[in-house]
Design a binder for this molecule. Structure first.
Ligand SMILES: *Cc1c(COP(=O)(O)O)cnc(C)c1O
Length: 371
């Protein structure tokens, strides 16, 4: 017997993942690719995306548990913990699974010096070049580097930093110059491996591709640069988030829909009720009214035709304007985001970015993988 389910679904396209990985390769043909699959593969399912990206040279995750899931699923490539380890037990487990770690703080070096590891571990040694989130400042970097060089538990050292404005006007010139100067000050006879570039850097700053690139959002087919659609970079959306119309209402001028009566009709309006709400990860702020009296319109597609949401998003439902889609009815397919409605345009209407919406797709949404 078929289980009875709400019609909502997220479909993950493996061919779109492979296509986007090829876009990374085209931009940075000489770099190794560390596919960033943190946050459950940006909400797409860790193993779903790792399988689609299995020709990448490495995977970057946050938690050791995610790294172990990948190792146990048979992935042999480099796996990197982006914040490193949080205690000595994690360090020894990471070493025994052959997982690389970021080292960004002095206590992490203390841990390395005190540990008895199964085998030496590969380090991605993080410099803080102005984002002021993680990493050693340029003045601390040299001392820390010599501690790592002298540590018997350290195998290879890759130098890394992360840029705060690779996607915006200030660009990366200042932090990149700081990184390069500090690297010179290390005064190493052999060139060291370097890792600098997130998606925005890959697409906008080819001078910083270096040895490893670390693409995240572009692999999922969303844009790292607000105002530039992902399609302009040749990227394809990986997730198609769909549902169906489950109820129809025709309202007259002056009548409203939803909590707070946030949409009031000015003419007879056909309203479709969609089985998707904020508990599924759809942003409640999409299309709300603002103090200036304007409502940001949020695109949504019904029967393949572009229309807009109406009123306030509820926990389990939202409203779509069907006035100009007369053939729409109960059971009509709805695309919340995907090939017809870019996740970035929904994010913009909600005052956020595609990253946040993708990561927030709720566990209750069934996920299907498609070739
Ligand atoms: C998340 C992350 C990335 C990927 O960033 P995108 O903008 O998604 O490409 C790269 N490097 C680090 C250190 C990160 O934390």
């Amino acid at each position: 017997m078929r289980p009875i389910m709400r019609p909502i679904q997220a479909t993950i396209s493996q061919s779109a993942l492979q296509h986007n990985l090829a876009v990374v390769k085209k931009h940075a043909p000489h770099a190794k690719i560390m596919a960033v699959v943190k946050a459950n593969g940006y909400g797409h399912g860790l193993l779903n995306v790792a399988q689609g990206l299995n020709t990448a040279d490495g995977f970057a995750v946050l938690g050791l548990n995610e790294a172990i899931v990948l190792r146990e699923a048979g992935f042999k490539q480099t796996i990197l913990l982006l914040e490193g380890v949080f205690d000595a037990q994690e360090l020894s487990t990471a070493a025994s699974f052959g997982v690389d770690i970021v080292v960004h703080s002095a206590p992490q070096i203390d841990m390395l010096e005190l540990a008895q590891l199964a085998k030496p571990i590969n380090i991605h040694f993080k410099m803080n070049t102005g984002m002021n989130r993680l990493g050693f400042t340029p003045s601390e970097y040299l001392t820390a580097f010599h501690r790592l060089k002298a540590c018997k538990n350290v195998n290879t050292i890759t130098l890394m930093t992360h840029f705060a404005t690779a996607d915006e006007a200030p660009g990366i010139a200042v932090p990149l110059a700081l990184f390069e100067q500090t690297m010179k000050d290390l005064n190493q006879p052999e060139p060291l491996s370097i890792s600098l570039a997130n998606s925005a850097t890959i697409l906008r700053h080819p001078q910083a591709h270096a040895d490893w690139v670390r693409p995240g959002i572009m692999l999922y087919g969303a844009s790292p640069v607000s105002g530039t659609p992902a399609a302009e970079f040749g990227l394809k959306p990986v997730m198609t988030f769909t549902s169906e119309i489950i109820s129809m209402q025709t309202i007259q001028a002056g009548e409203s829909v939803g909590y707070g009566n946030r949409f009031a009709a000015v003419k007879p309006t056909r309203v479709g009720v969609v089985a998707c709400g904020y508990a599924d990860g759809y942003p409640r702020h999409a299309g709300q009214y603002f103090a200036d009296g304007n409502q940001r319109q949020t695109p949504i597609a019904v029967n393949g035709t572009l229309t807009q949401t109406l009123g306030r998003v509820s926990m389990d439902m939202l409203f779509a304007d069907l006035t100009d889609i007369p053939q729409a009815n109960i059971g009509s397919p709805v695309e919340l985001w995907g090939p017809h409605v870019s996740v970035d345009t929904v994010a913009e209407a909600a005052g956020t970015v595609g990253y946040e919406l993708l990561c927030a797709v709720a566990a209750r949404v069934p996920m299907k993988v498609q070739a």
